[in-house]
Design a protein around this ligand. Structure first.
Ligand code: PLP
Length: 471
């Protein structure tokens, strides 16, 4: 493809992209495709000769797009959002066009220095002290693994005696990271949670003391600021005090909720985060930045480098003593130019614009919560400090019958999602099947939240009629 042909195709694709962003709300959120359908529609072998670009883009529109789940549909309320925004998309186009490898300062000086600048901006926005240094990782899972590996190497004891602590509500990436970092399954301690699903800091203190008395070496506590099931906030200050007392690495996983630390009125929820050793949150969840972009902050950079720095001769440069080489700040060598999209996003919206977006989502979630709480038969089983509201429908006919109530809520959720114009997901909270409504898609408006609530109420009424044999 010549540069002129590229220009023509790029203009056509830009038109498709703008139409898609405008019209995505009219598409079914979840595709109608059956397992294997897309694969069967595609040839089993690659073409020997190159195909016309128009034919490829036509297949993209006709075979691929209808098989996609549209996370950026305004009726998206599932999982946590995986947001993007027009400035972020445009920056991704530029990143792809530059095609740069950003592993070292020398391989892309501007990429390294822009990453330093935007991570410093973010640190200030979050209210983290400037003793933290930032690096962009691909995902929170990777960042947590990086923290666990660093904590493992910084601990003073043999691997088989090191222990890790996380609450029963911590994300599955913590157990996965602990396993990958070589901590035996019996060395990952599950700390109980209180009635709000937040870590019980007193129980943590007792477990750490008990383990030390038994000759074990507590290496890392992973606290969660905004759990996946219900956005519970572990008490960071109390946990940090335990970690300080026993010299244990504290990693804070704020994958989703961390964005809300830029809101002055929500910052108190993160009190104590400044005492952590490392902190991660995902701008790719709730800060308008395309996946993947995970902001990892660490206090002890020399400890990080001791775990991750390598210096093969082919990568060494004369600038090394004076520059940051981000390849030494994580697992991968090759790195995408992820800082560019973050820079575009922060400059396009400004910090106030980003705050306004978060406040809009939180306000819609609060309104939704009010509707659920005032509707007979519905319960809200957990606090909802951000954009996520958990709910269950508990009709009187099934009162006290937990297994049937679980099936009942599963049925309600499946009926809601069958509409394909809203999409919610579920979790298990306190052992009970629970519906999650996560408001956070950038194009979502009050009418979308209202539609979701209408679908839930209608689905519950239909299920109830079925229970009473009403057709
Ligand atoms: N930690 C928490 C609290 C999460 O909610 C999630 C995902 O929802 C993750 C970690 C994993 O995030 P990632 O997909 O960036 O690895």
């Amino acid at each position: 493809m010549t540069p002129e042909e590229f220009r023509r195709q790029a203009h056509a694709l830009a038109d498709w992209m703008a139409d898609y962003l405008r019209d995505v709300g009219s598409l079914p959120i979840v595709p109608r495709s059956e397992p294997g359908q897309v694969r069967r529609a595609l040839p089993a072998r690659p073409p020997e000769a190159g195909e016309p670009f128009e034919r490829i883009t036509a297949d993209f529109r006709e075979l691929i797009v209808p098989g996609m789940t549209h996370w950026n549909h305004p009726g998206w309320f599932g999982y946590f959002p995986a947001n993007h925004s027009p400035p972020s998309i445009l920056a991704e186009m530029l990143t792809a066009t530059l095609g740069a490898q950003c592993m070292s300062w020398q391989t892309s000086p501007a990429a390294t220095e822009l990453e330093q600048v935007v991570m410093d901006w973010l640190r200030g926005m979050l209210g983290l002290p400037d003793t933290f240094s930032g690096v962009i990782q691909d995902t929170a899972s990777t960042a947590t693994l990086v923290a666990l590996l660093t904590a493992r190497d910084a601990a003073s004891g043999p691997l088989e005696r090191l222990t890790v602590y996380a609450s029963a509500e911590a994300h599955s990436s913590v157990a996965k990271g602990a396993r990958l970092a070589g901590f035996g399954p019996e060395r990952l301690r599950t700390v109980p949670v209180d009635g709000t699903f937040a870590m019980d800091a007193a129980a943590l203190a007792a477990m750490v003391a008990e383990d030390m008395a038994a000759g074990l070496v507590p290496a890392c506590v992973v606290a969660t600021a905004g759990t996946t099931s219900s956005t519970a906030m572990d008490p960071l200050r109390e946990i940090a005090e335990v970690c300080r007392r026993y010299a244990v690495w504290l990693h804070v996983d704020a994958a989703y909720a961390g964005s809300a630390a830029i809101l002055p009125e929500r910052r108190a929820l993160f009190d104590g985060v400044e005492l952590a050793d490392s902190f991660v949150f995902n701008p790719h969840k709730w800060l308008l930045t395309n996946f993947d972009c995970s902001a990892y902050f660490v206090r002890d950079v020399p400890a990080l480098l001791r775990t991750f720095a390598t210096s093969p001769s082919y990568l060494r440069t004369t600038n090394d003593p004076d520059v940051v080489n981000y390849r030494d700040w994580g697992i991968q060598l090759g790195r995408r130019f992820r800082a560019l999209k973050l820079w575009f996003v922060i400059r396009s919206y400004g910090v106030e614009g980003l705050r306004a977006m978060l406040r809009r989502h939180i306000a819609m979630a609060e309104t939704f919560r009010g509707w659920v709480e005032s509707e007979p038969g519905f319960v809200v089983p957990a606090p909802s400090p951000f954009g996520l509201v958990c709910l269950r429908h508990e009709p009187v006919e099934l009162a006290g019958d937990a297994p049937r109530l679980d099936d009942w809520n599963r049925g309600v959720l499946e009926r809601v999602n069958a509409s394909r114009d809203v999409f919610l997901t579920h979790t298990t909270l306190g052992g009970r099947y629970t519906i999650r409504m996560a408001v956070g898609q950038w194009q979502t408006g009050p009418e979308d939240v209202e539609r979701a609530w209408r679908r839930i109420v209608e689905a519950a009424a239909i299920e109830r009629n079925k229970l009473h044999g009403v057709p």
